[in-house]
Ligand binder design. Structure first.
Ligand SMILES: *Cc1c(COP(=O)(O)O)cnc(C)c1O
Length: 410
């Protein structure tokens, strides 16, 4: 079956539940065992102590609503298994805790989501994990390779995570995923325990499938396009059965699980993810074209508008099935002019976050990226006159009129 069909039909059988076409919400914290032997075995499997048949024990470990989303997301992403979490940050933290310990290494692209940067520096560094960043761009694989080679001796016997966010937020710069996978394969050949993790929040699951390029793990802030309605905070991780069971063991241990209602909202939202992301993308193409011609706009960064001869365009065409719906643009002038636009839009909502049905507009330097240091801001061209727009499913004409009226106020 095609993916649009899978997200509506798999993971739930109405005939098992009085014919209810939509899944019930399983508001239960605990589950009755058939026998003491079954209870003993299910608990050992849930804790990751034994392999064997999984069963419901307690909703910190699993719940039927989690399973529906996990199965549908796995099929969408082409993964063996998946796990959902109470937030994107919980997904990232639980995944890393499953694979790194004191003395290990995380190499990551810069910029990453502000919360991720904060987590690496304030939590993992303090835990004794070295976190090293490399600027995102066409030459990232070369730079990572050089950095790894310069400290190769130290990596023997360590876990090495290559953590990639592409396209980067908010500058829409892409990193070649398959080139990063090649670096990992080289490390594995040298008996270094390396993994590639991709934060696929911006493009996936519709426009980018990193598992097809042999990365180990794909993770999401499901708050964004998967939830898709700006009404739930959630996260998801997809990968091999072995990796996901390790991650689920951590989820159960530290309690980063979601809850049945949020899982139900996610399964409901997944049904329309193709429709939403496709419409958002079509709107974004129109808006990016409009912005690029507006006299008050200095430049627009959007994959469809990359220079066709550039390395970035090649990477985009190789690994993305579409340009997505996040646009960054620079107005002529500085912060005053950018704020003028933000204070004068009426339809676009002045708010952080992205991927919802409504268009959201914000100022990265003053808002989503306010904790980022000056050097990173400069490298990523996060300037006073930069605005980020997450395009929704409204009519594109109305959005263009709204942006035009606000830009004309400058
Ligand atoms: C929002 C976001 C996160 C964090 O997810 P939460 O659901 O807010 O915890 C991580 N990565 C990216 C790319 C994001 O946009």
């Amino acid at each position: 079956m095609e993916k649009e069909t899978v997200v509506i039909s798999k993971g739930y059988d109405p005939l098992k539940y009085n014919g209810a076409v939509k899944p019930p919400i399983f508001l239960t914290s605990t589950y009755k065992f058939k026998s003491a032997e079954e209870g003993e075995s299910f608990i050992r499997v849930a804790l990751g102590l034994d392999k064997g048949e999984e069963g419901y024990v307690y909703s910190r470990f699993s719940n039927p609503n989690f399973d529906i989303v996990e199965e549908r997301l796995s099929l969408l992403e082409g993964a063996e298994a998946g796990a959902i979490f109470c937030s994107g940050m919980a997904a990232i933290t639980s995944t890393l805790l499953a694979f790194v310990k004191n003395g290990d290494y995380i190499f990551y692209t810069n910029p990453v989501y502000g919360g991720t940067e904060f987590l690496f520096k304030e939590f993992f560094e303090k835990m004794g994990v070295s976190t090293l960043h490399i600027n995102a761009g066409s030459d990232t694989p070369k730079l990572i390779d050089a950095k790894i080679n310069s400290i190769k001796d130290k990596l023997k016997g360590k876990a090495v995570i290559l953590y990639i966010e592409t396209p980067a937020n908010p500058n829409n710069v892409m990193v070649d995923i398959s080139a990063i996978v090649k670096i990992k394969e080289k490390l594995v050949k040298e008996k270094i325990d390396a993994k590639v993790i991709v934060d696929n929040t911006f493009m996936g699951p519709v426009f980018q499938s990193p598992l097809e390029q042999k990365v180990d793990i794909v993770l999401y802030s499901a708050t964004k396009f998967i939830g898709g309605h700006s009404d739930v905070i959630a996260g998801a991780v997809l990968g091999s059965k072995v990796d996901i069971s390790k991650i689920k063991a951590i989820r159960g241990m530290i309690g980063t699980n979601g809850n049945p209602f949020d899982a139900w909202l996610m399964s409901r939202s997944l049904e329309t993810i193709h429709l939403r992301m496709q419409r958002q993308m079509e709107n974004a193409v129109e808006i990016a074209k409009f912005l690029s011609k507006h006299p008050k706009v200095e430049k627009v960064i959007y994959p469809e508008l990359y220079n066709k001869k550039s390395e970035q365009y090649k990477i985009y065409k190789k690994q993305c099935k579409g340009p997505g719906s996040l646009i960054s643009f620079y107005v002529k002038g500085g912060k005053k002019e950018a704020f003028k636009v933000l204070n004068n839009v009426k339809l676009c909502k002045l708010a952080v976050s992205l991927g919802g049905t409504e268009s959201l507009i914000e100022h990265p330097k003053a808002m989503t990226h306010s904790e980022v240091d000056a050097e990173t801001l400069k490298d990523a061209e996060i300037t006073d006159n930069m605005i980020r727009l997450s395009v929704g499913i409204e009519n594109s004409k109305d959005l263009i009129n709204d942006l035009k009226a606000a830009l004309d106020k400058i």
